[in-house]
Design a protein around this ligand. Structure first.
Ligand code: PMP
Length: 395
């Protein structure tokens, strides 16, 4: 029965990591990853996480099953973070949240839920988008289309193209939007453009699915979440997936959540019951540890403050690296213009490097994605000069 099964295609980003791992050059640099590294090139273990873990171990509890929708304290903390503690959708009990296995798990619960209740809808993702969006919605049974997003000429958003694509979508289409820190481009909509997007989504009765994997990595926790709140200020359905993989540096704990906004509390209760069915038939209930850590940090004022400070530290360091990259490239490659890197937001930058240039960088043991995506959060004060010299050489 297994003999005819073909080999599945390799994950393009994991392929880079494999090549990087096999490289014996001690000065090798991996800019292909989607992980935040500190200035010493290490994935941080946040102090707020260590303190929360110590606090939890002061009164160890047995590891029983969590409820299907996850830890109550976690779901509540997520809602307050995502929608704002004073949000009407929380007060009116119109938002339901289920703990999920990272942002990916949240997207998959949402995709399965939508397929069940809006089976004829098609899904629209940005061109380009996080590479798993297409595969994930396709595996839930949807046809997945692109909407215009990136403008290679300006290294920013092709807003006219995006708006035209939104206007052309049929009623009931599911539109996946990056709430902040667009992966892979780093190109971001401004507040006015978001207003126009929200208007078209609502007027044309599209189903917005906001993916927020990097809250706090752009301009701040509230600033990055502003789009979610602007959507909830308008009537209509809304799904929001969020992840703490990056913002808590808890990649392997798989902490995320799916929130769905209903029009009434009674409708919300029905939605929750269906979301629980999806969870129950997939993995029954989520794991305990990561959810407890995040809930403890978010609901303990000193730890919460520590987290906000540590997250700000990561955000500021990324911005410094953007700034340094632009300045140093202006010195080393005076005929080029990388000023756009400063305007891009979040962990990534579509650098404009071609596939050919990326291949040449690889010969220098510097690894980036073929599309030219670099992880700015993998740059640090020790490796940036080598990266800049290598880029100047391949230009
Ligand atoms: N959405 C986007 C846009 C992402 O970039 C990522 C992860 N890099 C995810 C979702 C998934 O997050 P997680 O790793 O928590 O599953």
């Amino acid at each position: 029965i297994f003999s005819a099964i073909a080999m599945a295609p390799r994950d393009p980003i994991l392929g880079i990591t494999e090549a990087f791992n096999a490289d014996t050059n001690p000065a090798k640099i991996n800019l292909g990853v989607g992980v935040y590294y500190d200035d010493n090139g290490k994935v941080p273990l946040l102090e707020c996480v260590q303190k929360a873990e110590a606090k939890l171990m002061e009164q160890p509890t047995p590891r029983t099953y969590l409820p299907i929708e996850g830890l109550g304290a976690y779901d509540k903390a997520v809602q307050e973070l995502v929608f704002g503690a004073d949000s009407a959708v929380i007060q009116e009990k119109r938002a339901v949240t289920v703990q999920a296995l990272g942002g990916t798990g949240a997207l998959k619960i949402g995709a399965d839920f939508l397929k069940r209740f809006s089976p004829d809808s098609q899904v629209y993702i940005s061109d380009p988008s996080w590479e798993n969006h297409r595969a994930l919605f396709e595996s839930a049974g949807f046809t997945v289309n692109n909407y215009a997003y990136y403008d290679a000429a300006t290294h920013g958003v092709n807003f006219e193209g995006m708006l035209a694509a939104l206007k052309a979508m049929p009623e009931g289409a599911i539109v996946v939007l990056h709430a902040c820190c667009h992966n892979p481009t780093g190109a971001e909509l401004n507040a006015d453009q978001w207003g126009q997007v929200i208007q078209v989504v609502r007027e044309n009765n599209l189903i917005p699915f906001l993916d927020m994997a990097y809250q706090g990595f752009g301009d701040g926790i509230a600033e990055d979440g502003a789009v979610v709140r602007r959507f909830t200020d308008t009537a209509g359905p809304l799904l929001v997936s969020n992840s703490f993989s990056k913002s808590f540096s808890l990649y392997g704990e798989r902490v995320g959540a799916l929130s769905v906004v209903a029009s009434t509390a009674e409708e919300a209760a029905r939605l929750l019951s269906q979301l629980k069915r999806i969870v129950r038939t997939n993995y029954s209930n989520p794991p305990t540890h990561g959810g407890k850590v995040v809930a403890t940090v978010l609901s303990t004022p000193e730890l919460r403050q520590l987290w906000e400070d540590e997250l700000a530290g990561m955000r500021v360091r990324i911005k410094q690296m953007r700034d340094e990259l632009v300045k140093k490239l202006a010195e080393k490659a005076p005929n080029s213009d990388f000023a756009f890197v400063r305007e891009q937001v979040g962990m990534f930058s579509y650098s404009g490097l071609t596939k050919d240039q990326v291949e040449k960088l690889r010969a220098e043991s510097i690894y980036a994605v073929d599309t030219g995506r670099i992880c700015v959060a993998a740059l640090n004060s020790k490796n940036i000069d080598r990266v800049v010299d290598a880029i100047a050489k391949v230009l």
